[in-house]
Ligand binder design. Structure first.
Ligand SMILES: Nc1nc2c(ncn2[C@@H]2O[C@H](COP(=O)(O)OP(=O)(O)O)[C@@H](O)[C@H]2O)c(=O)[nH]1
Ligand SMILES: [Mg+2]
Length: 222
């Protein structure tokens, strides 16, 4: 993390990350794993929950908002509003239940329709969660997962990541990938392309900050 005196005084721009996907795919579990470091095996229905934390992106500070959505069809107006206001979207499905990929496809179409023609395009990261439940666990990708990854990357033009909230696999990276793709009008902040290259070269990190055992209040991406 950059020393705090190097940060600008203002809280910086707000960056909104929105988690979409069918109910039960692990949206809440991924967010809770990131914020608290913990995993809960019980499924509790989410309506909509907004989490806020401070995040240092290199020398700049941003107010990070993470929106956890219900994944049900009951709140279409809320969903459309959250898509319109998003700076980046995590489109989560379960690798253990490939049918949930169809819901991801439907949501991806809705995102594409609502945010059509934007330059740069809204970053959308397709997240195959519950990877620990694949035959072979977190080992090599089975052919079905390979096919879903190729659809997300080649057909939809999105980036793709496999995660496990349960095993804490790629959860930091999920937030890092989303944050690195957000274009910010920040003086002194490297471009998304350079930030992504730093990540690829292993220089970028999301560092946990804040409360041990409690909810994380801040994070840092170098
Ligand atoms: N094995 C496994 N279970 C998970 C994982 N992520 C979530 N779950 C479980 O899946 C169920 C639904 O998770 P939840 O986060 O509530 O889903 P949401 O409706 O998308 O928010 C819960 O019982 C979680 O414990 C994971 O990566 N692996
Ligand atoms: Mg939930």
């Amino acid at each position: 993390m950059a020393p705090s005196q190097k940060h600008c005084e203002d809280p910086g721009p707000t960056v909104r990350l929105v988690f979409l996907g069918a109910a039960g795919v692990g949206k809440t579990a991924l967010i809770q794993r990131f914020l608290t470091g913990r995993f809960e095996s019980r499924h509790r229905r989410t309506v909509e929950e907004l989490h806020g934390l401070e995040c240092a992106l290199g020398p700049r500070r941003v107010s990070l908002e993470v929106l956890d959505t219900s994944g049900s069809y009951s709140f279409p107006a809320m969903r459309r509003l959250s898509i319109r206001r998003a700076h980046a979207v995590a489109l989560v499905f379960s690798l253990a239940e490939p049918d949930t990929f169809q819901e991801a496809r439907r949501l991806r179409d809705e995102v594409a329709a609502l945010r059509a023609g934007e330059d740069p395009p809204l970053p959308v990261l397709v997240v195959g969660n519950q990877a620990d439940l694949l035959p072979g666990g977190l080992g090599p990708r089975p052919p079905l997962a390979e096919h879903l990854a190729a659809t997300a990357e080649l057909e939809w033009g999105c980036s793709y990541l496999e995660t496990s909230a349960k095993q804490d696999y790629n959860v930091q990276r999920l937030f890092q990938d989303l944050l690195l793709q957000v274009p910010l009008p920040c003086p002194g902040l490297p471009s998304p392309a350079l930030r992504r290259r730093r990540w690829t070269e292993g220089q970028a990190r999301v560092a946990p900050q804040g409360h041990a055992g409690g909810k994380r209040a801040s994070c840092s991406v170098q």
